[in-house]
Design a protein around this ligand. Structure first.
Ligand code: GLN
Length: 498
């Protein structure tokens, strides 16, 4: 071939189409993604590992399959990045921690294998808050990730590098994990689409557990269409994960093109918190206006227990984390401290864990151990579980109101994805409570197990820089198809406003 190589399209759907038709080569697309990582990563610190050789080898396979006339998958040649708490049988799986800085997994996570089977190319592993605990991307052992819109600001967390790499145009799709907002909050702060599926929709096999009853894997993308394409690929029951749901996976892409007539969008009273940044108030207002112009009806809903979400989440999540992280003791897994001749077994555990875990992870393990301890479990952990049930009931009522007042059932609930746009690096790093409050609009969705998606809303000017602001849509369990249709509707309506 002569002349310049064809321009690589920005969307995953278009790349896959180009590779399938032979207009693009997977190797070429992959090389450009790797070049983009090499060019941008020194400034962003979005990647912990970059798979130069493995990615090109995977791309060669895709090109070879196509050249031999066989069918290539729906993500053929699409470069994808994975958060570094996802196990691959090559490279390291560090969880952004010194504890696992040298850990190599013997196997590949189900969601990653499904991507590979669909023809995707895994180009690298992304930086993250240590063990997915954080909302800023600053607690990684490998240093903070920067927000591509302003390098003095955080990208959000904990899936910091996944959000930043999509926002920077390095990859069209990345996977993150969301335990209390770690996909939706950084998507909002970086101005991309990010979706947490229903609990059980995507297998957690091969995802290093933080809080097992809350963790879900989900995609980042620049469009709702690419998000649907990636989610459709990774969804489904898995014999290796007993909590994955045996539910049919509808064609999410096909669903997108059927608009919803007379959509009813619930806006919780609690979304209008006086502490919201003016840019967040403005973006929520613009999203409501866009929905109204597109023919939707807006109703007010009451999620009365949202106010207790942070307290309940930080008990349930830390309790589960304290148990999940017990295996990192320097013997079964993880960093092993050098011992003095007089040291004993207990010293090995204490020194290895004190050296291997950073301060936030240690704080969470202590909080969780306390919340579960004899004499306190009723006051803390069991009370948090009761609040969790109340939160779930609030959502159930909004989706299926059981009254005779004629209140319509909502198709989706609209809220901010976080109370402020991207904050400065270091601004909240020494104030854990301020950091936890970042999650006020996201954690209840995990406690209730529901699917939710963040879309880029109207940006806001802060100190002379235009910063993204996210808006979040929450749907009913296992109805990702409808949630994505409503998200597509909002995406279309908002792009017309601009
Ligand atoms: N920021 C929340 C936390 O620190 C959520 C993290 C996540 O979803 N993994 O726990």
């Amino acid at each position: 071939m002569s002349g310049p190589a064809p321009a690589v399209p920005v969307s995953a759907a278009a790349i896959a189409e180009g590779v399938r038709s032979g207009a693009l080569s997977a190797v070429d697309v992959t090389r450009r993604a790797l070049d983009a990582i090499d060019a941008q990563n020194p400034a962003l610190n979005a990647f912990i590992d970059i798979f130069h050789d493995e990615a090109i080898a995977q791309a060669r396979v895709v090109d070879h399959v196509r050249a031999s006339g066989r069918e290539v998958g729906p993500l053929a040649g699409v470069p994808i990045a994975l958060k570094d708490n996802m196990c691959l049988s090559w490279g390291r799986t560090t969880c952004g921690s010194r504890m696992l800085a040298a850990y190599r997994s013997p196997y590949t996570l189900t969601a990653g294998q499904k991507l590979i089977d669909a023809g995707a190319i895994i180009v690298g592993k992304t930086n993250m808050d240590e063990f997915a605990m954080g909302s800023s991307g600053e607690s990684s052992f490998f240093g903070p990730t920067k927000n591509p819109h302003d390098h003095t600001r955080v990208p959000g967390g904990s899936s910091a590098g996944s959000a930043a790499s999509v926002a920077a145009g390095i990859v069209p799709v990345a996977l993150g994990s969301d335990t209390g907002g770690s996909i939706r909050q950084p998507a909002g702060l970086c101005g991309v689409v990010g979706m947490k599926p229903t609990y059980g929709r995507v297998s957690r096999y091969g995802l290093v557990a933080y809080a097992s009853s809350l963790d879900q894997i989900g995609p980042f993308a620049r469009t709702v269409e690419d998000c649907a394409l990636a989610l459709e690929t990774i969804s489904g029951v898995d014999p290796n994960d007993g909590t994955s749901a045996d539910m049919p996976v509808p064609s999410l892409l096909a669903a997108l093109n059927t608009p919803i007539d007379r959509a009813v969008i619930g806006v919780p009273k609690q979304a209008h918190d006086p502490h919201n940044h003016p840019g967040v108030v403005n973006a929520l207002g613009d999203a409501i206006d866009a929905f109204v112009k597109a023919g939707a009806r807006i109703v007010e809903v009451d999620l009365a227990h949202v106010a207790h979400g942070i307290a309940a989440y930080y008990l349930v999540a830390t309790a589960e984390a304290s148990s999940n992280l017990a295996r990192f003791d320097g013997i079964r897994y993880g960093h092993r401290a050098t011992l003095a001749p007089t040291d004993e077994l207990l010293d090995l555990y204490c020194k290895s864990r004190s050296e291997g875990f950073g301060p936030e992870v240690q704080r969470r393990i202590m909080l969780g151990t306390f919340a579960l301890s004899a004499g306190y479990a009723d006051a803390y952990y069991n009370t948090a579980l009761k609040v969790r049930r109340r939160i779930k009931e609030d959502y159930d009522r909004a989706f299926a109101p059981n009254d005779r007042m004629g209140t319509p059932a909502c198709h989706a609930i609209l809220m901010p994805s976080s109370p402020s746009p991207a904050f400065k690096l270091g601004e909240k790093a020494s104030d854990p409570l301020a950091m936890y409050l970042e999650d006020v609009y996201t954690v209840t969705v995990n406690l209730a197990g529901l699917p939710a998606i963040t879309l880029p809303g109207t940006p806001t000017m802060v100190e002379g820089v235009s910063l993204p602001v996210g808006v979040q849509l929450i749907g009913q369990a296992f109805d990702e198809a409808r949630l994505l249709r409503i998200a597509r509707m909002l995406e279309g309506a908002m792009s017309q406003e601009r």
